[in-house]
Design a protein around this ligand. Structure first.
Ligand code: ADP
Length: 473
């Protein structure tokens, strides 16, 4: 990029210099030539008048006229010829054509009364043919041919060109220097960003960059630092997740090992004790199994919305089915399950995942309830969304924990959650399913009074929205 920037800047700054040089020199040369041609024309007119006035063709006063002609010819580094009516060359300042006949094109035309002006570029000569006419212009007595060299004009232009070359070279040097400096100013911050990206790729998320200069560059630096901050958060959460997973998976295994070891160490263990320990081991294995299943479900949910198996689902039927399945568990603690529907709703969603999400909410309503309490599920919709509320009369969630309960492995009361077979992954799974459907979830809760989870899902699935967004509520 730096090279291209330098080349572009040099091109933009230097090409006008060369174009200007060409145009200006051409212009100067043309102007000098026109001026010279006018001078020659004036002199030819004066000479013509002198010839008429002095009766030159009759042979009078020729010496004075010739002396004048020679002086002018040498002044313009040229040649002057006087031709009479019979096309005879009366005087040639070079002295080589005297007495000879000239029937050149210009002579014939000038003899007809026309003045001819011409620039012969090959020879570098200005050529002029002027008629020698009587005062009343009624008769042409002869012709003056005037040839003048433009070598002095060309020399003048060359010397102007040379001084221009000096200035141009200095300007070109300056342009190259400036282009390098500008290219450096522009590419340096980008280089630093590239280096920081490399460092980031190596796993260093804590090295912010602080670029100074144009506001656009500051914006890049701010955006980059913001991205670094986000990556750092993701990395922290990943590490926390990994350590949580290992801890959660280890706990049942440690219990199993303790139970098995204590059996192994005792001799002649009674059958009943064996059975009791074995039952405890089975409970721990079930728990391990539950954690692994929940983890697998969560990993599946981390994929993009493109993985959803979307179909038209009757939401009323789906919710009723969930409540029917959970009724026996609720009945154990004498908890009443109520379904209230304000309208019949059909929506485009992944039925299996949606069932899992609402099952988790209703299960929690039962788990974190008081004996003899209730869980009420209500369904409503407008033209765009359907809304499901899962309310319970349970223990509630203290305000300060309400934001965290959707995080993986987060539990307000670990002991209670463990007792009821909770893994701390249920709400994380629920939230992911809802976000995959471009929906939202929020919780309203008061300690010892109960909790209400409110879910909003679009009726029409928006596949192009893609991915899971970080929207929480
Ligand atoms: P768990 O497997 O522990 O139930 P969840 O992710 O489903 O995990 O819930 C996280 C935590 O949020 C629970 O441990 C519990 O403390 C709290 N919680 C969830 N739902 C409710 C509810 N309806 N009432 C009170 N607390 C709840």
């Amino acid at each position: 990029m730096r090279l291209w920037l330098v080349v572009a800047l040099i091109g933009v700054t230097i090409s006008p210099l060369f174009i200007m040089r060409l145009v200006a020199l051409d212009n100067i040369e043309a102007q000098l030539r026109t001026r010279r041609m006018n001078e020659l024309s004036n002199y030819a007119l004066i000479l013509s008048n002198q010839i008429i006035r002095t009766s030159y063709f009759k042979g009078d006063n020729r010496e004075t006229v010739h002396a004048d002609m020679s002086q002018s010819a040498s002044l313009y580094n040229g040649r002057i010829l006087i031709i009479d009516k019979n096309y005879t060359i009366v005087k040639d300042t070079y002295g080589t054509l005297d007495g000879m006949t000239s029937i050149s094109q210009e002579t014939i035309e000038a003899m007809g009364g026309n003045s001819i002006r011409n620039y012969n570029k090959d020879d570098g000569m200005l050529e002029m043919a002027v008629p020698i006419a009587t005062e009343d212009k009624s008769d042409v007595l002869g012709v003056i041919l005037f040839y003048a060299s433009t070598s002095d004009i060309i020399k003048t232009c060359d010397s102007i060109g040379r001084s221009y070359n000096g200035i141009t070279t200095a300007l070109v040097g300056l342009c190259i220097l400036l282009s390098l400096v500008i290219a450096n100013i522009f590419t340096k911050p980008l280089k630093r960003v590239a280096n920081s990206i490399d460092r980031m790729a190596e796993g260093h998320f804590d090295e912010e960059i602080h670029l100074r200069g144009f506001s656009e560059i500051k914006t890049i630096s701010d955006s980059f630092n913001m991205m670094l901050g986000k990556m750092q958060k993701v990395e922290d959460s990943r590490q926390e997740f990994v350590s949580n997973v290992s801890h959660e998976l280890k706990t049942p295994i440690t219990s199993i090992k303790v139970l098995a070891d204590s059996l192994n160490m005792q001799e002649d263990v009674p059958n009943e004790v064996y059975k009791e320990f074995m039952q405890d081991i089975v409970v721990e294995i079930d728990r391990e199994n539950q954690i692994i299943n929940d983890l697998l479900a969560l990993v599946k949910m981390d994929k993009s919305a493109a993985d959803l198996n979307v179909s038209m689902v009757n939401v009323n039927d789906m919710l009723e089915m969930i409540l029917k399945r959970l009724k026996p568990i609720a009945a154990k603690r004498n908890i009443e399950l109520v379904f209230e529907s304000f309208r019949s709703v059909s929506a485009e969603c992944d039925e299996v995942k949606m069932t899992l999400a609402f099952t988790n909410l209703v299960e929690n309503g039962i788990k974190y309830n008081v004996a003899g309490g209730w869980v009420k599920v209500s369904l409503d919709a407008d033209h765009k969304y359907f809304y499901v509320k899962v309310a319970d009369s349970g223990i509630g969630i203290p305000k300060e924990y309400q934001d965290q309960i959707f995080e993986r492995f987060y539990r307000v009361d670990k002991a209670r959650s463990r007792e009821t077979g909770g893994t701390g992954l249920g709400l994380a799974i629920t939230r992911n399913v809802i976000l995959m459907h471009n929906g939202a979830i929020k919780v309203l809760s008061e300690e010892d009074k109960g909790s209400t989870f409110v879910v909003r899902i679009p009726i029409k699935h928006m596949a192009e929205a893609g991915g899971i967004r970080s929207e929480k509520n």
